[in-house]
Ligand binder design. Structure first.
Ligand code: GLN
Length: 491
């Protein structure tokens, strides 16, 4: 079984034809995870529990049940509550929290017969772009272990890149699926806001948070999204649209596709290698029948400042629930109740989370609310309108996912704003609630992956996946694996 080159479709076929069992497949992945534990991809693994689930899937397969993901092992970002699993969100605050229920996403995968491989490492409370803020230590980029994998879903991205999991769930508030997907050379999809239920996904900034999926290819992602997406009455912002099979229209031809190139995404600040690889990818699209249209997103330079008012505001409110009283970290020494709460929060949260809470509390406070929070909401609307106007002239937007390839640990540690700017191309999509993808389109001069971002109108996931899939049929960047994987390759 060569897992490096085996797609989800092929794995599912192997399971259905009894070439191998889910227990065998799960065990193979668990061994690889153990062999590459120094990458730091997982916070929690529980082989016994995983193998029990695999055994149950084998029994269902033997009965002839065959959902597309039956028996397939999947890694889940540690932001999703999974019943009986430690669910930490990368924080000391939740380092003792065993979830008593399943997130909607986990429930859907369980019902589909998928196996939980483990819970992946992430920036604390999904705040970060480098996976350096996790209480459980950093995740290493499999393409170069002295580089960051991106964040906040760095554990999921690195696990898929190192082929420690065929599919991983993740979440994206300002770029946390697309940015690490780009930096790790894999495919990632952030669905339309509301397409995937947020129930049981630990809240960071609720008007921006969206669960999504990562895999080597768009075809694999289509299988994952088909399982995850769907209306859920427990999430008030869940979109009530009919269930879809996202694999059905992958092969649709691209003749006549209008690719919008936002002027603002092609300028200074993007590295030469990234710019070149994006140009080459656009040429591939032209050879497939697409054409280019230059469009404007005039307010895009305001997306990072707007995000860093709104996301911290929502975070400061969402994170007020961690008070050491009902669950989570509680300080061992304190005087009265007030001190207990203050100490528990001081000890439980890391520096970046505290920075966000302070910023958020500030922009929401009397006297500053109008100038910051309200003003940011107004600009958010303008950013949304820019995208809607652009989609009158084109079918999808394309550009770089990130301005540079993976950076070294500590490279952006001195100045938080430097770090925030690594999401400059991804954040607007969240502010507008749009779906976005990142697909691998080659490497820079030192062999680090480059990602192309593809953005579509609301609920255009089928179109996005098709656009990504046709490129992946014409190229093989998504099949490349880092050297450390080849070393561990098994026959
Ligand atoms: N890097 C951004 C932040 O730190 C986005 C994170 C995310 O999408 N969860 O907030």
């Amino acid at each position: 079984m060569d897992l490096n080159r085996t797609s989800l479709t092929a794995l599912a076929q192997g399971l259905r034809s009894r070439e191998f069992s889910s227990v065998e497949l799960t065990r193979t992945y668990l061994e690889r995870m153990a062999a590459h534990s120094s990458l730091g991809c997982f916070i929690t693994v529980d082989p016994e529990r995983s193998l029990l689930q695999a055994k149950a899937a084998d029994a269902r397969l033997a009965r002839g049940e065959s959902t597309p993901l039956m028996g397939i092992p999947v890694a889940h970002k540690d932001i999703f509550c999974a019943s009986g699993w430690l669910t930490t969100c990368g924080s000391r605050m939740l380092s003792n929290f065993v979830a008593p229920y399943d997130a909607h996403v986990i429930q859907r995968f369980n019902e589909a017969g998928a196996v939980i491989l483990g819970k992946t490492n992430m920036d604390e409370f999904a705040m970060g772009s480098s996976n350096e803020t996790s209480f459980y230590g950093p995740v290493r980029n499999p393409w170069s272990t002295d580089r960051v994998p991106g964040g906040s879903s760095g554990g999921s991205a690195a696990a898929v890149a190192a082929r420690l999991a065929p599919l991983a769930t993740a979440s994206d508030t300002g770029g946390s699926i697309r940015q690490p997907a780009a930096l790790c050379g894999i495919t990632g999809l952030k669905p339309t806001y509301g397409r995937v239920s947020r129930y049981g996904m630990i809240a960071y900034a609720s008007s921006l948070d969206q669960g999504g999926v990562m895999a080597p290819s768009a075809a694999d992602i289509a299988l994952g999204l088909t399982v995850m997406a769907g209306f859920d009455a427990r999430d008030a912002t869940s979109v009530a649209c009919p269930e879809e099979d996202f694999t059905a229209q992958l092969a649709r031809p691209l003749e006549g596709l209008r690719i919008g190139l936002p002027r603002q995404y092609f300028g200074e600040g993007t590295s030469v290698a990234v710019t070149k690889r994006i140009e080459e990818a656009l040429e591939v699209y032209e050879s497939l029948g697409a054409r280019r249209v230059v469009v404007d997103l005039p307010h895009s330079d305001l997306s990072v400042p707007v995000y860093y008012v709104l996301a911290p505001a929502e975070a400061s409110s969402n994170l007020s629930r961690y008070d050491g009283v009902r669950y989570g970290w509680r300080a061992s020494q304190y005087g009265d109740l007030g001190e207990m709460i203050a100490r528990s929060r001081a000890e439980g949260f890391g520096a970046e989370v505290k920075r966000r809470i302070l910023t958020g509390t500030y922009v929401l406070s009397k006297g500053y609310y109008d100038a910051y929070y309200l003003q940011a909401q107004r600009v958010r609307r303008l950013i949304q309108q820019d995208f809607l106007a652009a989609f009158e002239q084109c079918d999808v937007l394309m550009g770089p996912t990130t301005p540079t390839t993976a950076f070294a640990f500590g490279a952006k540690g001195g100045d938080p704003v430097e770090m925030y700017l690594s999401d400059i191309f991804t954040i607007g999509v969240n502010l507008a609630g749009l779906p976005g993808m990142s697909i691998p389109v080659g490497f820079d001069e030192v062999g680090l992956p480059v990602g192309l971002q593809i953005i579509g109108p609301h609920l255009s996931e089928t179109r996005l996946l098709g656009v990504a899939h046709r490129y992946q049929q014409a190229t093989d960047w998504h099949e490349r694996v880092p050297a450390l994987v080849q070393g561990g390759e098994r026959g």
